[in-house]
Design a protein around this ligand. Structure first.
Ligand code: ZN
Length: 261
């Protein structure tokens, strides 16, 4: 009887161990196990997939950062070729996104590079800090060329007047499914951006695993405004989905000195 019990315990232990191993490998393979808190939070992302997420811990050009003392430089304005189109809103398990449906034509030009627009999504509170301070929200407009050059445009949001241009998105943010086509609205993408074109620029990374570096970051210095009711819709969907700021490692932060209106 005693022997039987020990044998049973041994079998249970083996089953448990195998179970843990297969769970861990499944999570790593799928790349979906990461979170913003606890044992799968930002300081553990590299352990969840030691090959593909290694740069999250080892990288030297990671995002977000605390922006302070940027260097003034005459920069050419970002050129947004954004129009009005049908947008699909969806929840990806970490944030809510909107992407142009059909055959998107929206692009962003920086210098000589034309980046097709892929989607925007949000973080609450902001991921980047300005002089150590967070905004309630930060929206990321993600652009990518066919040869995988990535440019992200960050827009800070502060509380104030209702922003009608954002209403089609904020109205659907809590009901969106994981299928973009399920929640289609019309968005005037250009009107979602700040009117003042001044930006801060630096070289960084994606702020979610695998934390890929080589990302051109462009942060609007002027926030857009949304009402507290609109901001609370975002927070109802996700709150605390911001990666902490990362070391600068000597990177230069530039701010456009040619403020045109
Ligand atoms: Zn983001």
């Amino acid at each position: 009887m005693k022997l039987q019990n020990n044998k049973m315990r041994l079998i249970a232990a083996i089953v448990a161990a195998v179970g843990v191993v297969s769970l861990a490998s499944t999570a790593a393979a799928a790349g979906v196990a990461w979170t913003y808190t606890g044992s799968t939070g930002p300081s553990h992302w590299n352990h969840l997939d030691p090959v593909n997420y290694a740069v999250c811990a080892d990288g030297t050009a990671q995002s977000p950062i605390n922006v302070r003392n940027p260097i003034e430089k005459a920069l050419t304005n970002l050129k947004f070729n954004y129009g009005t189109s049908e947008a699909g809103i969806f929840n990806n398990g970490h944030t809510v996104e909107a992407e142009p449906l059909g055959s998107p034509t929206e692009t962003l030009t920086i210098g000589k590079t034309v980046y097709p627009f892929l989607q925007f999504h949000f973080h609450a509170p902001s991921e980047h800090e300005l002089n150590g301070l967070h905004f309630p929200l930060e929206i990321h407009f993600v652009h990518k060329t066919e040869d995988n050059k990535i440019a992200v445009v960050g827009v800070f949001v502060k509380a104030g007047k209702t922003n009608k241009d954002w209403s089609p998105f904020t109205a659907k943010i809590t009901s969106a499914t994981d299928v973009a086509e399920d929640t289609a609205v019309e968005l005037d993408w250009a009107k979602l951006l700040p009117k003042n074109p001044q930006t801060i620029r630096y070289d960084g990374s994606l702020t979610t695993p695998g934390c890929t570096e080589g990302v051109k970051w462009n942060l609007f210095t002027h926030p857009i405004t949304m009402s507290r009711a609109q901001i609370s819709k975002f927070l109802e969907a996700y709150s605390g989905n911001n990666r902490p700021v990362q070391p600068l490692h000597g990177r230069k932060i530039l701010i456009d000195s040619t403020i045109s209106k």
